[in-house]
Design a protein around this ligand. Structure first.
Ligand code: 2AM
Ligand code: CA
Length: 267
């Protein structure tokens, strides 16, 4: 295994143990609202400290971009670790066992290694650029479905961008008319990994932050998937409007994104 991936896996397991020990223990951890409907717990912060301290033991000159602590370490470094200590905090707070630790390493802006760890399923998704993607050490690939007919698609409501809801619901309606069914899980990093291993045929969400998708995006691409924004370009890196699947499914998903509604969704 890529040595940096090895360290990332170790960091993800350490934080994952904290998640597994604390989930379902409501009342034992503090819950705050960072913004309306955007939660953080002291376990998020403890997981982030744990991840950074494991990484820093091996890479003391690197930069760290964590959801909870922002940019720290050597901010001049070309190496930057992008960390979501608990992706799916709302699930975690509610005692719903679907959340993950997400860690990606970028070098000069390019993602080199990625880890998404689901501690409750004990599933470790990994990828290294040019070396493929794995689940618990076994190679994974995106599903081979060639159209939306029969497809299971994952998406999420734009609850943080309520002004987009009308346009999104139009899209949702087109989507449900054309695929087998839809899931909404509350954990973007695992949504991407589930596309990577073929559990979902496709996935689309809006307004994600870098730490939500940095790792999952490489895992999808290394599993043979395509990741774009709602117009078929790599604009998601900035906008966080992400759409993915195998190339055929991506083409089909882009077709249900009505260009008339796009301005409202992409605002
Ligand atoms: P989180 O649990 O780390 O906050 C659910 O659709 C996804 O949206 C989760 O991955 C969740 O990550 C993410 N999310 C929650 N609040 C967000 C925000 N303010 N901006 C972008 N993504 C967010
Ligand atoms: Ca988080």
């Amino acid at each position: 295994m890529h040595p940096m991936l090895n360290i990332a896996v170790r960091a993800a397991r350490a934080a994952g143990n904290l998640i597994a020990r604390n989930i379902g223990q409501q009342g034992q951890f503090s819950v705050e609202e960072k913004k309306k409907d955007d939660l953080v717990t002291d376990i998020d912060r403890e997981c982030e400290r744990t991840v950074i301290s494991v990484l820093q033991r091996s890479y003391r000159d690197h930069a760290f971009l964590g959801e909870e602590s922002g940019l720290t370490g050597n901010t001049e470094s070309e190496f930057q670790w992008v960390i979501d200590p608990i992706d799916g905090t709302t699930n975690f707070v509610q005692g719903i066992g679907h959340c993950a630790v997400s860690i990606a390493l970028k070098r000069a802006g390019k993602t080199e290694v990625a880890v998404v760890f689901d501690p409750l399923m004990n599933e470790m998704f990994t990828a290294a650029r040019g070396e493929g993607a794995s689940l618990n050490g076994r190679r994974i690939r995106v599903a081979s479905r060639t159209a939306l007919d029969g497809a299971l698609i994952c998406t999420a409501f734009p609850v943080r961008y309520r002004e987009r809801m009308g346009a999104y619901l139009e899209l949702f309606s087109n989507l449900i008319d054309n695929c087998a069914d839809i899931r909404r899980t509350g954990c973007a990093s695992l949504d991407l990994c589930y596309v990577a291993c073929g559990r979902f045929d496709g996935y689309l969400e809006q307004g994600l932050k870098a730490w939500d998708f940095a790792a999952g995006e490489l895992i999808v691409r290394e599993a043979g998937g395509l990741v774009t924004d709602y117009t078929g370009t790599p604009g998601y890196v900035k906008s966080g409007n992400i759409l993915c699947g195998n190339p055929n499914v991506v083409r089909a998903l882009l077709n249900v994104c009505n260009p008339q509604d796009l301005p409202a969704i992409l605002r």
